[in-house]
Write a protein of this length. Structure first.
Length: 293
């Protein structure tokens, strides 16, 4: 495992690729945005102008793309990763996509004599920069063992959670919890402000008690100060909650709070906040409350 092709150098992919370079891998990057590989090249990686170029000669190809159709097109398309990879290339999709997409990639890879893992991540942009992501992988044990040195350059919590698609299912559960937690932090801030209590002091206390959480620590102050530069875009979390509700229907379970938070996410998106950080759920609470008055 020496040469890594990396496709999708956005908020998450760019710092992840940097960390692979730092760990000594030969990293070749490709992304759709013009100039999107400049940072990787400056860090010591290489630029590839096409999927074919990023894939040829790579021991593993990582994709970090927005959504399921992007992964399907980039990996399975006629000019995609599978078509251009060498036999034995490990395909690792670290995007958040539908479990069905992960299983389709895995069976298609298997039919072509390749192995694939779904390995979505949690920890946000800061976790990607610091190399402390949580990585939840689905696929065979042998593929997971091959990928382990790559994962160790990117994260600190690295767990093989089951067969193909299992990583995405755990990630859906993660996104359910994160969305719910942000909504409640937003509601707590709005409640304290509207009641004339200093919300900064309040958040400090909440953080030290049972209400404390990584969401509160990482997002609370930015939400309080109305700083909503992403981070994690509402558009992406809206996509993830669609995956959650789809998975719930498949598993025949009721997720009433998840359903409600998905609607609140939809509402802030329709209010024009899709490009902002998901902390902007706070604006939704204000909107429902007729604030600012
Ligand atoms: P992003 O939009 O910042 O980055 C995606 C990148 O993919 C962009 O640079 C874009 O140019 C590139 N891209 C899109 N289609 C392409 C194609 N066909 N060929 C080549 N490049 C293409 O998104 P992000 O925030 O980095 O998120 C990526 C994935 O990781 C998403 O599935 C998201 O849900 C997930 N994720 C994001 C975060 C976060 O905090 N941002 C955290 C965990 C997981």
């Amino acid at each position: 495992m020496r040469t890594i092709g990396f496709i999708g150098l956005g908020v998450m992919g760019a710092p992840m690729a940097d960390n692979l370079v730092k760990a000594g891998f030969d990293v070749v990057g490709h992304t759709r945005r013009p100039g999107g590989t400049d940072r990787l090249v400056a860090a010591g990686g290489r630029h590839a102008g096409s999927i074919a170029e990023v894939t040829r000669g790579a021991d593993a190809v990582i994709t970090m793309l927005p959504d399921s159709p992007d992964v399907t097109a980039v990996v399975l398309g006629p000019d995609g990763v599978l078509a251009h990879s060498d036999p034995g290339t490990l395909i690792i999709d670290m995007s958040t996509v539908r479990p069905q997409t992960a299983r389709l990639v895995a069976t298609s890879a298997d039919a072509a004599g390749r192995e694939a893992l779904d390995a979505p991540v949690s920890g946000g942009e800061q976790g990607a920069i610091e190399g402390v992501l949580s990585i939840m992988a689905g696929g065979s044990a042998s593929a997971f063992d091959r990928a382990r040195p790559v994962f160790e350059a990117l994260g600190t919590t690295i767990v093989h959670v089951g067969p193909a698609g299992a990583g995405q299912l755990v990630k859906a559960a993660n996104q359910l919890v994160v969305a719910g937690a942000i909504e409640l932090v937003a509601e707590a801030i709005v409640l304290m402000e509207a009641s004339g209590v200093d919300p900064a002091l309040g958040l400090d206390v909440l953080g030290g008690g049972l209400a404390g959480s990584t969401v509160l620590t990482r997002k609370g102050t930015a939400m309080l100060e109305r700083r909503f530069k992403p981070g994690f875009r509402v558009d992406l979390h809206h996509k993830d909650l669609g995956i959650v509700l789809d998975a719930a229907r498949t598993a025949k379970v009721a997720l009433p709070v998840g359903e409600l938070v998905a609607q609140l996410m939809e509402a802030v998106r329709e209010l024009g906040n899709g490009h902002l950080d998901h902390g902007v759920l706070l604006r939704g609470v204000e909107h429902l409350s007729g604030l600012p008055r």
